[in-house]
Design a protein around this ligand. Sequence first.
Ligand code: F6R
Length: 592
Amino acid sequence: MCGIFGYVGHDRNAADLVLRGLKKLEYRGYDSWGVAVGHRDQVVLEKRTGKIGDAVPDLPASAIGIGHTRWATHGGVTEHNAHPHLDCAGRLALIHNGIVSNYRELREPLVRSGHRFRSETDTEVVAHLIEECLAATPAGPEQLVTATMTAFRRLRGLNAIAVADVRTRQIAAAKSGSPLVLGWSDHGHLLASDFSALLEHTRRVTFVEDRQAVLLSRERCRVFDADTGRELTPAITEVEWEAAATELSGYPDYMTKEIHEQPAVLRRLAEAGGEHARRLAAMIRDAGDVFVIGCGTASHAALAAQYLLARIAGRRVTVASASEFPYLGDFVGEGALVVALSQSGETIDVIDAVRAARQRGARIAAMVNVEGSTLWRLADLTVPLGAGPERCVLATKSFTAKLAILLLTAYELADEAAAAATLIERAADEIERLLADDRRDLIRHVAEAIHTREHLFVIGRGPSYPLALEAALKVKEVSYIHAEGFAGGDLKHGVIALIEPGTPCLVLAPRDETYDDIMAGAMQVKARGAMLIGVSPEPHEAFDYHIPVADLGPATAILNAPPAQLLGYYLALLRGHDPDKPRNLAKSVTVK
Ligand code: F6R
C-alpha cells in the first residue's frame, strides 16, 4: 500500500516527472497524494486529498523531487497526514510505505527535545528522527545515507522510507518488507515502489533488498547494507515490460482494457506456458505435501487448483488463504512444496507465509505476474503469469492467467500437456467472442435490471465453486453491492433465508456432472422468488436471464470468469463508481 517515487537528475521539471510516476503508482493507494521539490535549499510542498486526477503541480522548477500516494493507516485522510512529511527546518522531505510499529516510543523523546509535529501519522516521526541523526553525523557525501541508516535501524515494522535532502540534492532510502526499486536513466536516478512507474525513463533497474539502503544523487546511485553501512555493488536488471503496456491505449479505463487483454494473455500462455508448467508439475510430482496459497482473487485461483489437480491429475493438494496459512504451519516441513499465487508478488501475507514455510524446510514455487517482485525473487521456481501490467485494482487477466497455468500443470501431471494448450486457445477464442458479440449488451442489460438491488448471490458446484466466490468478489468490490458466492449445496443450509422476491442469483451451470444438482438448487431459490441469471451452455426455463457460455470441459472455469467481470464493471458504472479504483482498496496489500 502507498506508492513512493523519487527523482534527482538533470531534468528541472521534477514536480511533473514525480506526479507522472505517482499516477502510475496510484493503484497502491489513492486517498491523498503529495509532491515535494527543492527550491533555494528549502522544501516546497504540495499535498491534496483525493485521487490525483488531472492535477498539475504548482511547484517551482527543480531537479530533485519526491512524491507519495497514500493508503491511510495511521491518521485520517487529510492534507496534514498526506506525505511528504518535513523535518523542523524544512530541509528534509520524507515519504514512507509501511507501518512504523514503535512510532509512539520514538516520538516522545523527539517531542521533548522540541521537534514540532504537524500530523497524526507514524511516518512523521521518521522525518524528525533523521533530522536528529543528521545533526549527529559528521558532514560529508555520505552524511544523509548514514543518518538515514541510523534512523532506519531504530524502526520496527515493515517499511520503505525515502528522504530528500534539498540542500545536498540527494535522496536516501532504506527498506525492510515494503518494495523499492531504483531506476538508472540517462537523465538521472529514480526510485519507486514498483518498476512499472519507472518504465517511461528506463528499463534498467535495481531491486533493493530488505535491509539495504541507497543514496541517489544526480551523478551516482549507491547501495549499502543498512545494518553495517558497508557499500555493496548494485545488481542491475533489464526488465522486459514495455512502457506502452501501462497506457490505456484507447480504452476508457484499465478494467475494460484488462478484461479485453485476456484472450491475448491466454494465447501467449497456450503457446509459451508449457515449459513453466512442466517445471511446476515436476516439482509437484517430487513433493510430499503440496500447499497452494494466495489472498483474495488469488485464493480463489488456489481453490480452483484443488479441483483441477484432483480431477485432471488425481493429485491432492491443500489450499489455504495465505493469511491463515501460518496457523497451519505445523504440517509444513521438509519435502513439502508451497505454491504461492500472487499478481503483485508483494502481498505481505503471501510473503510472510512463504518465508515461514521456507524456514521449515519447504520448497517454494510462485505463480506471479510482476517481474522482479519480492515473491518472484524468493521462490525456488517462478512461473511468470505473463499477463503484463495490471493497473485496475480488481484482478481480471491475472486470474484467468493463473487458471490457464494451473490447467497446463494439471494436464502435464496427467501426461496430456497438448490437450491443455488446445483448450486454452479455445477459451481465448470464446472470450474474444463474448467480448465482441451481443452477450456484452445482455450483461449490461442484466446490470441495469439489478443495479439498485442490495444483495446478489452466486452459486456454483465443484470446479465452478471457486468461480462463484470470484464472481461475487468482482461484483462487490467494484459495485459495493453485497454479493456472496456459495457452494451450490450449501445454499439451503442457511443462506436461503436471505432470498426474497427479486433477489438476483447468478447460477454457474456448466454441462458437467454438477449440472443437475446446481439446477435443483437454483429451482429452490427460484421457488422463493429469486431472479435467476444463468451462466451456462444450456438455456433453462427457470432462467430470467441466460448468458450462454461454451462448454469447454475443465477449461469452462476460465470462461465463467469474464461474465462476472463485465457484470461488476457495468454495475459500477451504473452506480457511479470508478471501476479502476474502488473505495478503501489498494492493489498491492503490503501491510498486515
Ligand atoms: C480482487 C483483488 C485482490 C487480490 C489480492 C491478492 O480483485 O485484486 O483480492 O487478488 O489482494 O493480490 P496479489 O494477487 O497481488 O497477491
